[in-house]
Design a protein around this ligand. Structure first.
Ligand code: ASP
Ligand code: MG
Length: 433
């Protein structure tokens, strides 16, 4: 069971999530930091990095108050409360130790790791207070990334099983999401939102019956509820469909998180702490349903078109194009080609100038900023008739810059302008669902 930031966002929320854990029993629990904490720790790091010690100290003080208040509200047992306060003192005095010291990415990773350590510490003490048989495990002992920053799954499996075997017979095993060590033994993490990934990796490592991701929404919806009224949760998704949706915008799940679960064939359930009885969304190796499941949108996309007379009948042109993106570590999301050119999209403009400069040697380059990928996900095998027509027809009044279909059996992606996004999402919902 993994609980996200809002599910541990206050003393009351912690009590609620612990009740859910207690009802389940025999479970490995992964926690995020309290909501807002990772952002605060990053902002503190930024202030230290920018040599603004006063600013950093002020933020550290504010955060400390929040934790002391939470501990006071959560723990009525004085001995346990004192334990929590001592731990909070330790954490915040080590945080203050980073101010006025050389501060690099290594120190920043140590600083952001405190969020998950604090939340798991508080929750484990509360579990003890209400008499649950829970043990807190240090994720940095069994979560590790390799030189490429990818989880080292063999190591994780071996170490996790070893750690569990060293503490047999408990009802609840509690650990931190997100944090890990790297190959140099330093504290590191699985990137923002990485607690889902931890849960999926640990579910796979322990051959769990299922992986439950608890958030504050009742599963993945068939469209973005922030922009479209009347969306409904999708009860079942294939792993591939869920991965497309997570990648293309549905904020509820970390994009790569489902992969380990998929390989281990363990169902992932998205559940709502505010409405625990709701069925949520189950992601598994579902049979094809011959339906469209959901629509999502991904913002801040840049489209780049390279037009070249040399592409006609040429080989090696696309390789040269792709090599430039590879050189600048910039992943491509969408591609469309014609006989005279290729359009690609990226979601990171960090190296855009250099990329455009090098691409210009291959042909005429045009760039469109502020674009959005709208992604329609479902059973879209090419033998199924009519789905592409429905999607394109729904958007007949929206200018479409690119259309991509056939890359997988599970999606159609369309690139549109940012200002047309909400209209497009609404039109798709009206026409498809
Ligand atoms: N606390 C981390 C973050 O905010 C990891 C997570 O919540 O999944 O990104
Ligand atoms: Mg999250």
């Amino acid at each position: 069971m993994k609980f996200g930031g809002t599910s541990v966002g206050s003393a009351q929320r912690m009590k609620n999530m612990v009740a859910l854990v207690a009802a389940e029993g025999n479970v490995l629990v992964v926690l995020s930091a309290m909501s807002g904490t990772t952002n605060s720790l990053i902002s503190i790091s930024q202030s230290i990095h920018d040599a603004e010690p006063g600013n950093a100290r002020k933020q550290i003080d504010d955060l400390e108050i929040k934790y002391k208040d939470t501990a006071a509200e959560l723990l009525s047992d004085t001995e346990l409360r004192d334990k929590a306060l001592t731990y909070i003192d330790e954490v915040f005095s080590s945080l203050r130790g980073y101010v006025d010291r050389p501060f690099s990415i290594k120190e920043e990773k140590e600083v952001v790791a405190f969020g998950e350590k604090l939340s798991t510490n508080l929750v484990s003490l509360y579990m003890r207070q209400i008499g649950l048989d829970a043990i807190l495990l240090d994720a940095t002992e069994f979560m590790r990334i390799d030189r490429n920053g990818e989880p080292d799954q063999n190591f994780i499996k071996e170490k996790t099983m070893e750690t569990l075997a060293a503490h047999p017979g408990h009802q609840i095993y509690l650990t931190q999401g997100f944090i890990c060590r790297n190959m140099d033994g330093e504290i590191d993490n699985l990137q923002r939102g990485g607690s889902d990934y931890t849960a999926s990796l640990l579910g796979a490592a322990t051959d769990a019956e299922e992986i439950q991701i608890w958030t504050d929404i009742d599963g993945m919806h068939n469209n973005d509820p922030r922009f479209v009224e009347g969306t409904t949760p999708v009860s079942e998704l294939h792993f591939e469909e869920a991965a497309e949706l997570a990648y293309f915008g549905a904020k509820i799940l970390h994009p790569t998180c489902v992969l380990p679960a998929k390989h281990a064939n363990i169902p992932v359930r998205l559940l709502n702490t505010m409405e625990p009885e709701a069925p949520g969304t189950t992601i598994y190796n579902a049979e094809p349903t011959h339906t469209i499941k959901a629509v999502a949108a991904k913002d801040n996309i840049t489209a780049i078109k390279i037009k070249s007379s040399h592409m006609l009948l040429a080989y090696g042109f696309l390789r040269k194009v792709f090599e430039i993106f590879e050189k600048y570590h910039t992943p491509i999301d969408m591609i469309t080609t014609s006989e005279v050119g290729v359009s690609v999209t990226i979601d990171n403009e960090r190296c855009l100038d250099s990329i455009v400069r090098e691409l210009s040697e291959l042909g005429d380059v045009t760039v469109d900023h502020d674009m959005v990928i709208v992604c329609v996900v479902g059973d879209l095998q090419w033998e199924n008739k009519g789905f592409e027509a429905t999607v394109v027809n729904a958007l007949k009044d929206v200018p479409v810059r690119m259309i991509s279909y056939g890359g997988s059996n599970y999606n159609i992606s369309l690139l549109i302008r940012k200002e047309d996004k909400i209209k497009a999402l609404k039109l798709l919902s009206e026409n498809i669902f």
